[in-house]
Design a binder for this molecule. Sequence first.
Ligand SMILES: [Zn+2]
Length: 409
Amino acid sequence: MPNLLIQNISQIASPKPGVYRGPELRSLNIYENVAIYISDGMIKAVGPISEVMEQVEGHPVILDAEGKSAVPGFVDSHSHLVFGGNRADEFAMRSAGMSYEEIAEKGGGIVSTVEATRNASKEELKNLARIRLQKALKQGITTMEIKSGYGLDPETERKMLEVIHELKEEQPIELIATFLGAHAVPKHSSKEEYMEEVLAVIPEIAGLAEYCDVFCEKGYFTVEEARKVLEKGIEHGLKPKLHTNQFNDIGGVEMAIELGAVSVDHLEVLSDEDVQRLSRSETIATILPGVSYFLNIPYSPARKLLDAGALVSLATDFNPGSSMTISMQLLMSMACTKMGMAVEEALCCSTQNGAKALEKNKLGVIAPGFQADMLLLDTDNYKDLAYFFGENHVHTVIKKGAKVWELRG
Ligand SMILES: [Zn+2]
């Protein structure tokens, strides 16, 4: 891969390396009128052009940023991007005033996604996912976690994980796979039967995923059932994550921290005790404001978590039923207006902290020694990401030092 020199960057805004929590999240590293030198996909130098030139070897490719600003590529640490079907009609029914029960009677809800995902061939699922990944890339996502969980049978769960695995090689976004077999109990199956299936399939799919996740919620999986699945995952090298506290607090956070979960995700309903628990732990609180917006439910108490010193990340939860967005920029805006986050915190939580939620410590920062994943924005001020909302500010996407997408004017 040729080396790359990016010149004429008006402003770089980046989280400070290694700053993951506390008041320091509000102070970014800001550089003005600088250049970046990238070699072998890694950032070698950042600073005034004269200083950066001293590090340059050979004849790098030159990219003129023409006064654009730069931020790290977004790291979306929670998504359900692989699924069959489309639930736009369901959204329209809901918007027109139809109740959840009426929509379910018409075949809507997660059941419809499960059916469509089971019926789709691997190639069809891959094609749908590829189109969505292209949209995510345009929006500046350079690393993304994707969960299984719309198969609810061993065969389809495996198919979903294989799709993620194959897409890793076929497109530029770095993908991380999570097994979410325990997402819901499939129709025509008892909880006990399905739990057995999930536990039995973990050793077989362990090579296709990095993490194991469970939907811990009333009517889905209890804390004890979730613990069983996560422990089985740990036995087979899958680190735990947990969907918890979305509608009810049934004790998922405490259990997840005890198991050393990498993250607990959702947290719309969160007690002060759990805020304190999280602030004392290394488990990341992953906040999903797209869900609160889309379902019109309360937002997670992100301000409380940040003030208590907890680790917080922001993610899309991109999925057809409760958060049909791939825009981290829109989430940053929601984080500021709906959850009291500072723009700088929102940026840190969407980049370096998202990377922490995926245990990637060379991502999410623009500084020497980090992987060269970055975005050139069509503005000279990173604050526009949250301020000018509903707009895509990404002009150029760079992944591992290569230009992988550019707005064509
Ligand atoms: Zn989710």
